[in-house]
Design a protein around this ligand. Structure first.
Ligand SMILES: *[C@@H]1O[C@H](CO)[C@@H](O)[C@H](O)[C@H]1NC(C)=O
Ligand SMILES: *[C@@H]1O[C@H](CO)[C@@H](O)[C@H](O)[C@H]1NC(C)=O
Ligand SMILES: *[C@@H]1O[C@H](CO)[C@@H](O)[C@H](O)[C@H]1NC(C)=O
Ligand SMILES: *[C@@H]1O[C@H](CO)[C@@H](O)[C@H](O)[C@H]1NC(C)=O
Length: 501
């Protein structure tokens, strides 16, 4: 029964992966929103002269500067920087050094005519190695994660990274990798080749003893008869974060039905010893599964005769040892960098705010018209969000005024791409909607949502087809019921949402 649960989970995981959408490389703008941060390199502190020096690299812009500081006994000391857009300070207390960076920069890769200005601040404290005359940090370079204060106030969330990457002992115990196999099951069903079905099923559950990473491996083919090792697909059952990882654990496996040899290569990641030098580890392992098989005559679901060979090992768990095939050092701190993604709520709202409208309809009674449409923020990364219905009832006497929206049920959605509040003016002769809406984004920083507001003027540019219903209400729909259109949101303003209590 356990294995059934595992395989069900696996199907859901596979779906989530495919829903993550396109992954363009992050440019200056995207990286400034997602990883506003700096690397501090070559930090040296001379206790004798109380001088410190280092270089600072802005990761989104890939620009750097040198800093030199005369360090005061107490508190912060300002440093002189070659590039004055960088403000740097240092504080040294015994064997601890804290470096702060405060910088403004701009990016024009997304918006050449109107570059976007960023301002960010961050600091980090490190241990100094005091064994030499000049003190240097134990880990280098130093990562300083920043919080943006412009264009919006956010502290971006980094990715969790693949399972156990920073677990103490990850690097050391990876030198002698081993795995535990369980739920091993293999069966071969041979039909008569005409009516009854011939099939093969192979399953097992693979746990990496170093990282604890669990993978479900399986193979199922409707037609057996192929010879030689068959490719087995192995999928991790780890939790899918809303902030997707740049690196994920990968397993490639084969099973040979003749020899029962199960072979695999697995790639995982460790940065427990030094986050500035994350390593990618690929190991190989191979074992002959000690399968015990029984063969019996049976019938398939069509009641046709088949011969079924079913195999499993006597022991519930099997240990396998492997060898390291390759280790690669990755860029500093890259394991928890979020993968560059297509524009989500925040970036779309700032760079090219637009609503997608659909399902427009009117219901005109004696005294009032109810205008209904569906709306969703037009963004590249929509996730599992769907358009929400909005309706406004407007008395005929006053169709130049604003009327509040009634917003459809949001299904307790945590990251909706639709207004939380709006009002509408509708000019019936011109079929013009004016939508004044407020919406919120928290896709980059789940703790500090940003509230946006903006104005959209749009015309329903498609024929309507109308009919009177039983109560005499004139009901109109777009003739093309799938008609969808996009309209710009203008005069967009934003502010940090008040903190939740
Ligand atoms: C960053 O700048 C360095 C030196 O100017 C250059 O060698 C490197 O290719 C740049 N990296 C990227 C990602 O543009
Ligand atoms: C960063 O520098 C600017 C300009 O000097 C200053 O106004 C701002 O308060 C500084 N921010 C922090 C967090 O120190
Ligand atoms: C594992 O990697 C090695 C080296 O790249 C390759 O020869 C072997 O076929 C791989 N094993 C599997 C099961 O894919
Ligand atoms: C929107 O912005 C335009 C141009 O800046 C301005 O003329 C207009 O009055 C603004 N509308 C509203 C409702 O604020």
């Amino acid at each position: 029964m356990l294995s059934r649960t595992i395989f069900l989970q696996l199907a859901a995981t596979a779906l989530l992966v495919s829903a993550q959408g396109p992954r363009p490389a992050g440019g200056c703008t995207t990286n400034s929103f997602t990883i506003p941060s700096w690397l501090v390199q070559d930090l040296k502190y001379q206790p004798g002269s109380a001088k410190a020096s280092f270089s600072i690299l802005n990761r989104p812009t890939n620009t750097s500067t040198d800093a030199a500081c005369q360090v005061n006994k107490d508190g912060w000391s300002s440093c002189v920087t070659g590039d004055e857009s960088f403000l740097a300070q240092i504080r040294v207390q015994d064997t601890l050094a804290t470096v702060s960076v405060n910088q403004t920069w701009s990016c024009n890769d997304r918006n050449e005519a109107n570059p976007i200005k960023f301002a960010a601040y961050g600091e980090n404290t490190v241990n100094l190695d005091t064994s030499a005359e000049a003190y240097t940090p134990e880990i280098t370079p130093i990562l300083i994660k920043g919080s943006l204060s412009a264009p919006v106030s956010i502290t971006p969330v980094y990715a969790p990274g693949p399972p156990a990457h920073n677990k103490l002992g990850c690097s050391a115990s990876s030198e002698k990798p081993s795995w535990t196999l369980s739920h091993v099951w293999y069966s071969d069903t041979v039909g008569d080749g005409l009516e009854s079905v011939t099939s093969r099923v192979f399953n097992l559950f693979l746990v990496n003893d170093v990282t604890g990473h669990e993978a479900s491996c399986m193979h199922g083919s409707p037609v057996a008869g192929e010879t030689g090792p068959a490719a087995i697909s192995c999928i991790g059952t780890e939790f899918q974060s809303p902030f997707p990882n740049r690196y994920s654990i990968n397993t490639v496996a084969t099973f040979d039905p003749q020899s029962y040899r199960f072979s695999f290569n697995q790639t995982w990641y460790c940065d427990d010893e030094n986050p500035a030098k994350p390593v990618q580890i690929t190991a190989s392992a191979s074992t002959i599964l000690p399968l015990k098989c029984t063969t019996k005559e049976s019938t398939d679901y069509n009641n046709q005769p088949t011969t079924v060979k079913s195999c499993e090992p006597e022991s519930e768990v099997l240990g396998v040892e492997g060898t390291i095939a390759q280790t690669t050092t990755l860029p500093p701190y890259s394991i928890e960098d979020p993968v560059p993604r297509a524009d989500g709520c925040t970036l779309s709202s700032i760079l090219s705010p637009k609503w997608t409208f659909s399902a427009f309809s009117l219901a005109t009674g004696n005294a009032a018209t109810t205008v209904t449409f569906e709306v969703i923020l037009a963004t590249q990364l929509r996730g599992f969000q769907y358009p929400i219905p909005v309706s406004v009832t407007i008395p005929h006497a006053a169709d130049a005024d604003w009327y509040p929206c009634e917003i459809g049920p949001d299904g307790q959605n945590e990251a909706p791409l639709w207004p939380y509040e709006c009002s509408v003016k509708y000019k019936s002769d011109a079929k013009q909607i004016v939508l004044n809406a407020a919406w919120a984004c928290q896709d980059l920083d789940d703790k500090h949502p940003i509230n946006f507001k903006g104005l959209t003027e749009t015309t329903v540019n498609t024929p309507l087809s109308c009919e009177k219903d039983a109560e005499g209400v004139n009901v109109c729909y777009t003739e093309d019921t799938s008609f969808t259109w996009v309209a710009e949101i203008k005069n967009v303003t934003w502010a940090s949402a008040p903190a939740k209590i």
